[in-house]
Design a protein around this ligand. Structure first.
Ligand code: AMP
Length: 190
């Protein structure tokens, strides 16, 4: 199964992806994690994207599409991928469809974690204090939220139109969200 965990930054996608990986043995493909790893390694790519990430803007589609493509064989061998933070634009979603189609696969489910902006802001303020991630500062976070609303949210009708979208209340406690996701994965997409 190929699953997209969809939602704004700090919606809880990473937490839920890690649990699903542990329980189902799928591969977690987080472009944010891949880009942060590139920065830590000091690679050219890492240097190129650092300022864009810290400002809270999106890096170019080509960069993240390539990162994902490099990992698709591994995901296929493991029985599926959990895409987290990708796709974030219509161009990325179209590229993902094409890459999977070439491999005789597709996206099976898109689970949207719904969390209101106020809750996101309070979560991120706490995370900034605890972890000090540069792009969690209030200014960058505003940019990230705006990028989500203008560039990523338009994917919702794209996946709804394909009959793959399911919505889950992401404001509930972590365990309750996990249960809702599991239930959603059992159901037929709306
Ligand atoms: P995340 O950890 O998913 O919130 O990603 C952190 C940052 O990495 C984002 O704010 C972007 O700068 C960059 N990034 C991650 N995934 C993507 C993507 N799919 N498209 C463009 N930029 C991305």
């Amino acid at each position: 199964m190929n699953l997209i965990l969809f939602g704004p930054p700090a919606a809880g996608k990473g937490t839920q992806a890690k649990r699903l990986v542990a329980e189902r043995g799928m591969v977690h493909l987080s472009t944010g994690d891949m880009l942060r790893a590139a920065r830590t390694s000091g690679s050219e790519l890492g240097k190129r994207v650092a300022a864009i990430m810290d400002a809270g803007s999106l890096v170019s589609d080509d960069v993240v599409i390539d990162l994902i493509e490099e990992r698709l064989a591994e995901a296929e061998a493991a029985g599926g991928a959990i895409f987290d933070g990708f796709p974030r634009t219509v161009a990325q979603a179209e590229a993902l469809d094409q890459m999977l189609t070439r491999r005789g696969q597709g996206i099976d489910r898109v689970v949207r974690l719904k969390v209101d902006d106020e809750a996101l802001l309070s979560r991120i303020a706490k995370r900034f204090e605890a972890e000090g991630r540069a792009d969690d500062n209030p200014e960058s976070f505003k940019t990230r939220l705006a990028a989500y609303n203008t560039q990523t949210a338009p994917l919702l009708p794209f996946y709804r139109g394909q009959g793959k979208l399911m919505e889950v209340d992401g404001m509930a406690p972590v365990e309750a969200v996990a249960k809702s996701i599991d239930a959603a994965l059992q159901e037929e997409a709306a």
